[in-house]
Ligand binder design. Structure first.
Ligand SMILES: *Cc1c(COP(=O)(O)O)cnc(C)c1O
Length: 324
């Protein structure tokens, strides 16, 4: 039991979300196996409905609400993959979903979430002000707030990826996972530790604004300054009042690796040219960590590819450039 969670919560989530999310493939990568000198497999979670794994946690959280909570609906402050996942899951289950965002959010992002059937609530000139508006709506309308990572059902939902990894690769020895708030890595660690106690469990994130890494160093959650990064889905803090993910990562994860922007770009290029997949920067960090030798994986290894939602002109720019 770590942070009040264990593998039984992940197993329960697997039952709960079955039929609502895709079971994504784990495929061997010839080029990465050759580069690493050990068998490397890719978990193609970028193929998940909505283009990212966040649908798993959002679906599990919604299916665990009480009947009264379901009737009132849910709310989140996210213009990224969590907002998309929650909007899609809510529509599938026939729930009202409100997504709050600031006036700074570009039209294309608003349109993408509206197309998934969510109500958009635009308020305030910053993320903080959008959060204040969400707090007001929660009180006024009885909506339930669904956070992107620091929530038991969200973590358990993301952890179902770990169960699938061990089912598909029973001899799994190393697992490499993108890390931001730690819902994905924490959930996967719960599942993998239970089945493979000696596995190496490694998180990867960008050097710019690595909140979980800074917090582990400090021994408690600390704020970080946000900077632009190719791995934009890995930005943001872990919450100074973090309840679950900080302890999970601290207690279950062996190592956290930090990458430079040019290394992340190389991961995106490799994914496109050698593996034939479009990845966003946050997902390409696992490939980048192996290519750059930041990690030398031992034994059968799985890399989690977490999402594909990258601005397409940014992607063109990166894959069009020749490798250094
Ligand atoms: C949210 C997200 C992550 C990080 O997940 P955490 O649970 O916050 O660590 C990684 N990759 C993608 C594509 C994401 O959307």
């Amino acid at each position: 039991m770590t942070a009040g969670l264990d593998v039984s919560h992940v197993l329960a989530a697997q039952q709960t979300i079955a039929g609502h999310v895709s079971r994504t493939p784990l495929l061997a990568s010839e080029p990465l196996s050759a580069a690493a000198g050990t068998p490397v497999h890719l978990k193609h979670e970028q193929l998940q409905i909505t283009g990212a794994f966040k649908l798993r946690g959002a679906t599990n959280a919604l299916l665990n609400l009480s009947e009264a909570e379901r009737e009132r609906g849910v709310i989140a402050v996210s213009t990224g993959n969590h907002g998309r996942g929650l909007a899609h899951a809510a529509r599938q289950l026939g729930l009202r979903a409100v997504i709050c965002m600031s006036t700074l959010v570009p039209d294309n992002k608003i349109a993408a979430i509206r197309a998934l059937g969510a109500e958009i609530h635009i308020a305030g000139a910053s993320q903080d002000e959008a959060e204040q508006e969400a707090t007001r709506l929660i009180e006024a309308e009885g909506l339930t707030y669904i956070p992107p990572f620091d929530h038991r059902d969200v973590i358990a939902g993301q952890g179902t990826i770990g169960l699938e990894l061990v089912e598909d690769l029973p001899e799994l020895a190393t697992v490499i996972v993108p890390l931001s708030g730690g819902g994905l890595l924490g959930g996967i660690a719960l599942a993998v530790r239970a089945a493979r106690p000696d596995a190496q469990i490694i998180g990867v994130t960008m050097k710019r604004g690595a909140a979980m890494h800074a917090s582990l160093q400090a021994g408690k959650p600390v704020p970080v300054t946000e900077t632009r990064t190719l791995a934009d889905s890995l930005g943001g803090g872990i919450g100074l009042d973090n309840r679950h993910t900080f302890a999970l990562i601290r207690d279950l994860v062996d190592q956290v690796v930090l990458l430079e922007e040019d290394e992340i770009a190389e991961g995106i290029r490799h994914a496109y040219r050698k593996e034939g997949v479009v990845l966003e920067g946050a997902a390409a960090v696992t490939i980048a960590a192996v290519l750059s030798n930041a990690i030398r994986p031992a034994g059968p290894t799985a890399l989690v590819l977490s999402g594909r939602n990258i601005d397409i002109s940014t992607h063109h720019e990166i894959v069009g450039n020749s490798s250094p």
